[in-house]
Design a protein around this ligand. Structure first.
Ligand code: PMP
Length: 420
């Protein structure tokens, strides 16, 4: 934990990051909860939306809305072009080779289900093995379990150590001739662990095994280059990246997407339909049946513009500064245990307090206007590994500041006074 030594204990000091200027973009941060200023420390669940993204959504609904792909009238052409522009923004954001490698989905969960149905149900057979990790979110466990049950395939799980880091030696030992797919979380939502996915993808490829990366917690904090990573699939949701709910992307290598069967059937995903036979549209349309989340996708594009303008590298550096400050302050309080102490960690602080249930912690903090998440974080295997029913989780974004961490620390001391 030597990184902590370098962390500044001085509130509000960051030589390179003007957090007050950034906060001015987020109207919701001015809210008062129970007469106290909102301290929003739940960005890993959903981040807040800046004014430029709100404005973009507003402008689309006010002046550009129509259904896409289906008409020659002016508004439909504008909406179609804007939707396609959003796809290109996402292509650039992850450095995909081609825009048709970006599929708009309703979010990360939907994207993983798409790959399970489109790739898994077509190519995974009885006795095949799928590798997951202990750190997975339920959305990257349950679809594969459903597939395994249907096909008679097996799930193999990479264990983690006491710090919440994957055991890479064990990962490598799981591969054999029956291994057919790897699906991996990039950054743990429950613990913040950043996994060495590049090395893990390369190892899977030595065995000709394709890899899906669940980047729901990574894309808002770490620059992603899918060509450099060389993963077959990468997915994340807009609502954790300052965008709207209801949309996310699946990046897939074109040849993989082309080899897959459609997930959902309906309008816009076909080339021709007769009662005798239907042929499917080319990618990406093959995987975008029905009216897609047009407004949300355009808002997603605006969110990516906003984040790109600030820059993911300064964002990551500032968030690390917040994490280190919060970790030091938290360790000062007797009876507080940090769950997840990986050397390479995103700005997520999961903790328990001796003798106090996490839900009670969340409730008392809320009385001070402090929003943290309590529960199993849709990662029950992580909770089981650490033998806790739940944790409290503070997660930081680039619009948080050190005085908010001070408020959290004071809040935790209040919780201890109330319950102990
Ligand atoms: N994976 C991870 C790591 C997540 O944190 C989440 C959201 N908590 C998801 C998947 C699911 O994302 P969504 O609910 O947007 O589909």
């Amino acid at each position: 934990m030597n990184i902590l030594v370098e962390a500044s204990l001085e509130p509000e000091v960051s030589s390179t990051f003007n957090v007050e200027k950034i906060r001015a973009d987020f109207p919701i941060l001015n809210l008062k909860i129970e007469d106290k200023p909102l301290v929003y420390l739940d960005s890993a669940a959903s981040s807040q939306m800046p004014q430029p993204v709100i404005n973009r959504l507003n402008y689309y609904q006010t002046a550009q809305h129509a259904n896409i792909n289906r008409a020659v009238h002016y508004l439909s052409e504008v909406a179609t072009a804007e939707y396609q522009k959003a796809r290109c923004k996402l292509q650039q954001f992850v450095n995909a080779r081609e825009d048709r490698e970006i599929i708009f989905t309703s979010g990360t969960t939907d994207a993983i289900n798409l790959v399970m149905h489109g790739y898994g149900r077509k190519f995974i057979q009885a006795d095949d093995e799928i590798i997951l990790t202990t750190l997975e979110h339920h959305s990257n466990i349950v679809p594969w379990q459903m597939l395994a049950k249907e096909k008679g395939a097996k799930i193999r799980v990479v264990p983690i150590n006491e710090a919440g880091e994957l055991d890479i030696h064990e990962y490598k030992k799981l591969f054999n001739e029956r291994t057919k797919f790897v699906s991996l979380i990039h950054v743990s939502n429950a613990l913040g662990t950043i996994n060495p996915i590049k090395e893990m993808i390369a190892y899977a490829h030595q065995h000709d095994v394709p890899v899906l990366i669940d980047g729901a917690q990574a894309a808002p904090h770490i620059p992603i280059d899918v060509q450099e990573l060389d993963c077959e699939f990468y997915t994340f949701s807009a609502h954790k990246l300052c965008g709207p709910t209801g949309v996310g992307i699946l990046y897939g290598k074109a040849e993989m997407l082309e080899s897959m069967q459609p997930f959902k059937g309906g309008g816009d995903m076909i080339a021709s339909v007769t009662f005798a036979e239907t042929t499917y549209a080319e990618i990406p349309h093959k995987f975008e049946a029905g009216t897609p989340p047009i407004a949300a996708a355009i808002g997603f594009g605006a969110a990516v513009d906003y984040i790109t303008t600030i820059g993911l590298e300064p964002i990551a550096a500032y968030e690390t500064e917040l994490l280190n400050y919060a970790t030091i302050r938290m360790l000062e309080i007797p009876g507080v245990n940090i769950i997840g102490t990986a050397a390479n960690k995103a700005a997520v602080l999961s903790f328990t307090i001796d003798g106090i249930h996490p839900h009670d912690i969340g409730t008392i903090l809320n009385e001070d206007g402090i929003a943290v998440r309590t529960g199993h974080h849709c990662a029950q295997p992580v909770m089981q590994r650490f033998n806790v029913p739940a944790t409290s989780r503070a997660s930081f974004a680039f619009y948080n500041k050190k005085t908010e961490i001070d408020a959290l620390i004071a809040g935790i001391k209040t919780v201890q006074k109330v319950f102990l």
